[in-house]
Write a protein that binds this ligand. Structure first.
Ligand SMILES: [Zn+2]
Length: 292
């Protein structure tokens, strides 16, 4: 059971949002123990916790909101925060949507590492899976199993020559996140772009921030960063979404063809399946250590 962590110095980044196509500035600020991850929307002054109760939309991105104020596409930032093991943070957002940057979490990881991560004087509670949980919605399935650590297994199965079936099984920690997951970019099909734009999505999308698949090739001049970049990006999204439960999860999460909607619905089922997990707090941990 590790100590809680926050950042040492403020982090600033800005850019265009993938879906709304609007510019935004984001500041990450350190926060005291037990704060959690909290969004603060400048202008309206609205405070939103990074928690499943704040999620208001999961179509093509995860959007949080309260009382009519929303922040779109929070998942890549949340993935960087969770992947680096940061527990307490204020995220001040001046705009509608978190900037997409290069479509991955690489720049966010670099900025946070440059600012520095500091340990705080209290342990972080965690959710320990003690009995299997299965969530299915017809097309997708998520299973959580007891496991000594945090492991995600991810399977995608597209009827497409370039993507096809890809699977990745990874024990998640800061090192594996930085090396294996953070650089994987958002992807989409050229054939979907027009329809998505008509419906108000991907207005800020370009070859600079999305891997575009046209026919059976990637249109980006630089190609792919990994042969299986697609499944890696799906895992990045799921790490961001899973963090919305509010605590690290100790368990093995097996995700088949999952997306934002399934990820969030799985978390809602997990939270209500009270016999399948325990929340291990510092007090439990210390008494466990004494007893054992
Ligand atoms: Zn994504």
């Amino acid at each position: 059971m590790r100590l809680q962590q926050t950042i040492k110095k403020e982090v600033l980044f800005q850019g265009v949002g993938l879906h709304a196509g609007r510019h935004a500035t984001v500041k990450l600020k350190s926060a005291p123990v037990d704060t959690g991850i909290v969004f603060y929307r400048r202008g309206s002054g609205t405070i939103m916790r990074a928690n499943i109760s704040s999620v208001i939309d999961t179509g093509f991105a995860t959007t949080i909101g309260v009382n009519g104020t929303r922040i779109k596409t929070v998942e890549h930032l949340l993935a960087a925060i969770a992947g680096l093991g940061i527990d307490n943070l204020i995220i001040e957002v001046d705009g509608l949507e978190i900037p997409i940057l290069d479509g991955s979490s690489t720049k966010l990881v670099k900025l946070i590492l440059a600012a520095g991560i500091t340990k705080q004087m209290k342990r972080i509670p965690f959710i320990k899976i003690v009995k299997p949980i299965v969530y299915e919605d017809g097309y997708s399935r998520v299973v959580a199993l007891p496991y000594n650590g945090t492991r995600i297994s991810y399977y995608i199965n597209f009827e497409h020559q370039l993507l096809g079936q890809q699977e990745l099984i990874l024990d998640i920690n800061a090192e594996t996140f930085i090396e294996e997951i953070a650089p994987a970019r958002t992807f989409g099909f050229l054939s979907d772009v027009k329809k998505l734009r008509t419906n108000g999505f991907v207005k800020g999308g370009s070859l600079d921030n999305v891997v575009i698949i046209g026919g059976n090739s990637v249109l980006n001049a630089t190609g792919l960063r990994f042969k299986d970049e697609f499944v890696r990006h799906k895992m990045l999204d799921s790490i961001g979404d899973l963090s919305l439960i509010g605590f690290p999860i100790e368990g093995h999460i097996i995700m088949e063809r999952s997306g934002h909607t399934t990820n969030i619905n799985f978390l809602r089922k997990l939270v209500s399946s009270i016999d399948c997990y325990t929340l291990v707090s510092e007090v439990d941990y210390l008494s466990y250590r004494v007893l054992n």
